[in-house]
Ligand binder design. Structure first.
Ligand SMILES: Nc1ncnc2c1ncn2[C@@H]1O[C@H](COP(=O)(O)OP(=O)(O)OP(=O)(O)O)[C@@H](O)[C@H]1O
Ligand SMILES: [Mg+2]
Length: 390
């Protein structure tokens, strides 16, 4: 059977590779465009400026993370972008529409095209998950049957098909957050604003939440601005902007290799590598995406790559004349495929994606050079080989 996996390095939208396009012509066509934005709270002696001369541009389909110290102005900026506050000074355009000077009713219209996800998810406790999600459709849709169908489909999509009639207090924190996400996405917004959406979640639920957002954004060309302190999810973004004391002070593009680098840093296998080597290894790595059920390699194949799991689960299956036997399930940070590279023998087992799977693949030559460079790498591989050969 052929390998139905796809190798890809996501290409950058043309708008990002050409800084000239970040000018006015681009602004007219971008999803979020902030120019010279100031904001002040209070009156008289209590008057306090909290945002200063901010400039920010998000292309359609772009995912940007905003970080920064507490009190630096992130939520204030988000509420301005979400038409939840009136723009006092400067300009904000959302999908080409200038917010400054809009009436309360016009601001309400803008809000309908935005999906909001906040840390305190603001679900109505007396309503079921289904009713909470459906509410977001009631602003636009009138066909009750259609609303019910879409709310149900969205809850299915976030993995809560079996909980649609539960009320918030009968759901876990992660499940509630997924209801809030379903509510934010159900009306197909072109822009999503998220404030600390993973703060109350454990590592896995947090990862599930961002994967869900990323999948939605990629499929629907939705723009996402996500405020977070959670450095475990930085790799979901195309860019990171940093806000300090009311000013956006940096705006960094995350290349795929930087994101892989961030990931490798957290994997013990690579912890012995110097930063330069780590960057080089990350540059050499190919991203491999598999759907649940895909075969990564088959028992008996020639070994050409070493694989590290970036997200998802893989199962290792021994194919015997008496039937197949799953001998291990590997998850994020675990690796496989080293044995055939070490011994030169064919693959000893089949590896299959148990869930959707993101892998980083290192070819034989690169694998060999990392092995030569890092004692930790050699030692960790040695330990695992010993375990797996027993
Ligand atoms: N409604 C308000 N009235 C007066 N001052 C406010 C109001 N909301 C926020 N501020 C002040 O504006 C500043 C920025 O607050 P903001 O909530 O935007 O920060 P933040 O970056 O989101 O912080 P955190 O990471 O803690 O959520 C703070 O000094 C805060 O005290
Ligand atoms: Mg905040």
């Amino acid at each position: 059977m052929d390998l139905p996996v796809t190798k890809q390095r996501p290409s950058q939208p043309a708008t990002r590779s050409n800084p000239a396009l970040r000018g006015e012509a681009f602004a007219a066509n971008c999803a979020i465009c902030v120019r010279n934005l100031n904001h002040t709270f209070g009156e008289g002696e209590l008057k306090k400026q909290v945002l200063f001369n901010n400039e920010l541009t998000l292309a359609r389909g772009e995912i940007v993370i905003m970080t920064g110290p507490s009190g630096s102005g992130k939520t204030t900026l988000l509420t301005l972008l979400g038409a939840l506050r009136t723009v006092q000074d400067g300009s904000i355009t959302i999908m080409g529409r200038e917010l400054r000077g809009l009436s309360a009713q016009q601001l309400g219209d803008v809000r309908r095209d935005i999906g909001f996800i906040f840390q305190a998810h603001n679900l109505f406790t007396s309503l079921t998950a289904h009713q909470n999600v459906r509410m977001a459709l009631e602003l636009k849709e009138t066909d009750v049957k259609e609303m019910n169908r879409r709310a149900e489909a969205m809850l299915e999509a976030v993995g809560l098909g079996h909980r649609i009639h539960y009320k918030p207090q009968q759901l876990s924190g992660g499940q509630r957050q997924r209801v809030a996400i379903a509510r934010a996405l159900v009306h197909n917004p072109k822009v999503i604003l998220a404030d600390e959406p993973t703060a109350a979640l454990d590592k896995q639920s947090g990862r599930d939440v961002v994967n869900l957002l990323r999948k939605f954004a990629r499929e629907n060309l939705t723009t996402i601005l996500l405020v977070t302190h959670d450095n475990r999810i930085l790799d979901v973004a195309d860019r990171i902007v940093n806000m300090v004391d009311g000013r956006i002070i940096s705006d960094v593009m995350i290349s795929e290799s930087q994101a892989i680098c961030e990931f490798l840093r957290r994997v013990p296998l690579f912890s012995g590598l110097l930063p330069d080597t780590l960057t080089k290894v990350a540059d050499q790595m190919e991203l491999v995406e598999c759907k649940a059920g895909d075969v990564v390699f088959r028992q008996g194949d020639v070994g050409d790559n070493f694989y590290l799991i970036r997200s998802g689960e893989a199962e290792v299956v021994l194919e015997k004349s008496t039937g197949n036997e799953t001998v291990a399930v590997l998850d994020e940070g675990k690796f496989f495929g080293e044995m055939a590279l070490e011994t030169g023998e064919p693959r000893k087992a089949t590896v299959r994606a148990k869930t959707d799977l993101h892998l980083c693949a290192l070819d034989k030559t690169e694998y060999e050079s990392v092995r030569q460079t890092s004692a930790t790498f050699k030692e960790e591989i040695g330990k695992v080989l010993f375990e797996r050969q027993r």
